[in-house]
Design a protein around this ligand. Structure first.
Ligand code: TYM
Length: 336
């Protein structure tokens, strides 16, 4: 039996949004009181797409600030940046040799991100899920809080763990991880198109609520959010094929920690303008204090660097010990 440990990661690509918050970071905060947690700013993942070095550095700090502003306690959790712990990249190489090319070819996120010109995507983008498996398994994490878009990557992590355990005949050396995906809103969708995921790479800023948006901007974006002509349904079945309506109701449910059916009990039969003003209020109440705190924390860069330094040292101790075991299993020796 493995000791329960939570691991998750967020890319420092700027503009963390409501999808990152409701899909992942809100859950990180809830879990910190129940498990030993490791939360990682995955800077090595970010460079699978070209990054401006100066911007990358400031986005890393902004991601630490967002974690803390959302309620993560740096004393209680290990908060690190991936580049500080070399074993992430070392284990990823071992997994490059365990995972099969066919497995990676099936990854839908690679297809989406590489777009039409697959030949021109970085090799890093292709093997990215192996690095993600390494992030998690390096700490022998058992539970991984993520949004629904990462589910396929976690299935691959499970396949890699099983194949490694089997190939090297080492029992259940690597745990078979459990994804923790929020029920009410597993995938927050764009405010402009309910079939597309809310994303930092989407060109229109109107499509998302950023954690640093102010009250007026949030109000304006929700007023403009796409809906349909019908009123709010009274039953969950009435949301079927109404992607935009379903998204807004789910966001409200998640922010208020209630079930979608209870939102429909309160708002069923009402029009969207009434609902939207309540939704704006909820978003403003939860998100604006986080945005204010991010801005405050960003004024104290030394404090944010200290969090990463302390967290990375703690993570490195676990990682080095586990990597030594893994090298022994594989038959590799380190002489330095
Ligand atoms: P990233 O940086 O794209 O997103 C960070 C987290 O936010 C969630 N998320 C969403 N959830 C719901 N609705 C959305 N619209 C939405 N957009 C983003 C993501 O699911 C994720 O949980 N590959 C990962 C980072 C990673 C990782 C890991 C995660 C690297 N190593 C190990 C877990 C464990 C990614 O790119 O997330």
């Amino acid at each position: 039996m493995h000791k329960k440990r939570v691991f998750s990661g967020v890319q420092p690509t700027g503009n963390l949004h409501l999808g990152n918050y409701l899909g992942a970071i809100k859950n990180f905060v809830d879990l910190q009181n129940k498990f030993e947690c490791v939360y990682c700013i995955v800077d090595l993942h970010a460079i699978t797409n070209r990054q401006d070095p100066k911007e990358l550095e400031s986005n890393i700090l902004e991601t630490v600030a967002s974690f803390v502003a959302a309620g993560l306690n740096p004393e209680k959790n290990i908060i690190l940046n991936q580049a500080s712990v070399a074993a992430h990249a070392e284990l990823a190489w071992i997994f490059n040799c365990v995972a099969r090319i066919g497995w990676l070819n099936r990854m839908t996120q690679f297809k989406e991100k590489a777009g039409a010109n697959k030949e021109n995507a970085s090799v890093g983008l292709m093997v990215y899920p192996n690095l993600m498996a390494a992030d998690i398994l390096l700490y022998k994490a058992t539970h991984v809080p993520v949004g629904e878009d990462q589910k396929q990557h976690l299935e691959l992590t499970r396949d890699i763990a099983k194949k490694f355990n089997n190939d090297f005949n080492c029992g259940e050396y690597f745990p078979i991880v459990e994804p923790l995906i929020p029920k009410e809103v597993s995938r927050v969708m764009s405010l402009r198109d309910g079939k597309k995921k809310m994303s930092k790479s989407e060109e229109s800023d109107q499509s998302r609520i950023n954690l640093k948006d102010n009250k007026d901007l949030i109000d304006q974006k929700i007023k403009k959010a796409k809906t349909d002509a019908a009123s709010i349904p009274t039953e969950v079945g009435g949301l079927k094929n109404r992607h935009e309506a379903s998204n807004l109701v789910s966001i409200y449910a998640s922010l208020n920690n209630i079930k979608v059916e209870n939102v429909l009990k309160d708002f069923g039969g009402k029009n969207f303008s009434t609902f939207k003003s309540k939704l704006s209020e909820s978003i403003i109440e939860k998100i604006c204090p986080i945005g204010d705190e991010i801005n405050k924390l960003l004024k104290n860069k030394d404090y944010l660097y200290k969090i990463l330094e302390n967290g990375s040292k703690k993570a490195d101790l676990i990682a080095k010990k586990n990597l030594k075991e893994i090298y022994d299993i594989v038959g590799l020796k380190k002489f330095s």
